[in-house]
Design a protein around this ligand. Structure first.
Ligand SMILES: *Cc1c(COP(=O)(O)O)cnc(C)c1O
Length: 401
């Protein structure tokens, strides 16, 4: 199979194996400009590249297939996850699309039952249009996962912690089940980022990211990435992302590369604030339940401690009372903006049942316990006391109704 020269270069020359993540985030994907030695990688805003001679290029011929700015971001994300290589695409769903296109009609995929709503919708569409077979199962129940696996099973689709209920599942145990059956272990690592979870350490074969979220971290670009453990898988993914035509634009890649440089300090702040918000909500009389794996009371806390390096910035909670109280909270915060998405520096509040998970099959939503009293917070990097005061005022408005 044709191997891109830039790709070979990367596999051979990787020096960051011995570096810590903070150093990798700053020092990977830079110093790419041999013309003027710019430290920061330029935006190669071009659709095409002049050949040196017939059949000879400087490594790039057409931006859909490859672009130096995108390449720099791919190197950065692959290094952060510790994979052989990464393919960067236009959105997180583009990363899911690329990955699902590895499979054929009749192939069976076992998917976590509370996966991202868009992933569930795409799996359903691939099942209806192309005959992909899909089972949704509670992946905390390993016996149930085993019972789902058939000779046609080609992959386990894992998302941990899950969205929005923050359930944690055992990546190593699930990867072992996948490998016993010759299937791939695929992990959507969007919620924790490589700072807080390294799925390749626990047997994953492919890692999917919506770089829209923590990796870029500034709510100003949508993007996605697929990271492969082996060069063989990386080649297949690279082929598909180019063939599907969903590779990312140079400017978007440049922004994401810039965002990644501060990933590590941002993640520390997100977590610091999320923990404080979770602890505040846990004792609030109007709150029925808090979902945050960092709390000792979370049912998966022990597993999260074992598998994660941190607990991230997402906190969900279930309100006591009816939809009116929920609506009042959603309308009353001023620092937490009512908006979908997550992982940016600013705090967001949203209602999964009517917003991020509205596309999810209602029966499946019911089954996983995602009722319409659940509110999801993406806790930003503002001051924690200000964020808590904002929530406190909103909850007081709901209580006095
Ligand atoms: C947002 C998200 C996606 C989809 O990413 P987009 O960039 O919105 O296309 C996939 N998985 C998870 C866990 C997400 O949060």
């Amino acid at each position: 199979m044709f191997v891109h020269p830039a790709f070979l270069n990367f596999v051979v020359k990787r020096k960051e194996k011995h570096m810590k993540l903070s150093t990798i985030a700053v020092h990977t994907g830079v110093n790419k400009d041999s013309a003027y030695n710019s430290v920061i990688t330029p935006i190669y805003q071009t659709s095409t590249f002049r050949f040196e001679d017939i059949g000879t290029t400087k490594g790039y011929d057409y931006t859909r297939s490859g672009n130096p700015t995108r390449r720099a971001l791919e190197e950065s994300i692959a290094a952060l996850e510790g994979g052989a290589d990464a393919s960067v695409v236009a959105t997180g769903m583009g990363a899911v699309t690329t990955t699902l296109t590895l499979f054929k009609t009749g192939d069976h995929i076992v998917c976590t039952d509370d996966c991202y709503g868009g992933t569930e919708r795409l799996l359903r569409t691939y099942a209806e249009h192309f005959g992909l077979r899909v089972s949704h199962v509670n992946m905390r129940d390993l016996a149930a996962v085993r019972a789902c696996v058939t000779p046609a099973t080609r992959a386990l689709w894992i998302e941990t912690p899950s969205n929005p209920l923050l359930n944690v599942v055992d990546i190593q145990a699930l990867s072992d089940i996948a490998h016993e059956h010759g299937a791939l272990s695929i992990v959507d690592n969007t919620f924790l980022s490589p700072v807080n979870q390294r799925p390749f350490d626990f047997g994953a074969d492919l890692i999917v990211h919506s770089t829209t979220k923590y990796l870029n971290g500034h709510s100003d670009v949508v993007g996605g990435a697929v990271v492969s453990r082996t060069p063989e898988l990386a080649e297949k993914v690279k082929y598909l992302s180019n063939a599907l035509g969903i590779t990312a634009a140079p400017f978007d890649c440049w922004l994401t590369l810039r965002g990644i440089k501060t990933l590590i300090p941002r993640m520390k702040e997100h977590e610091h604030n999320a923990r404080k918000v979770a602890e505040y909500l846990a004792v609030h009389p109007l709150v029925a339940r808090v979902f945050y794996p960092g709390l000792a009371a979370h049912p998966d806390h022990a597993l999260a401690l074992k598998q994660q390096k941190g607990f991230g910035g997402m906190v969900s909670f279930e309100l006591k009372g009816g939809r009116e109280a929920v609506n009042t909270v959603l309308r009353s915060t001023t620092l937490f903006a009512l908006a979908e998405s997550l992982g940016g520096i600013e705090s967001l509040i949203e209602h999964p049942a009517s917003m991020s998970h509205a596309s999810m099959d209602p029966a499946l939503r019911e089954k996983v316990g995602l009722n319409d009293r659940v509110i999801r917070l993406s806790v930003g990097i503002e001051d924690a006391d200000d964020l808590i005061a904002d929530l406190d005022a909103a909850l007081r408005s709901a209580a006095t109704q």
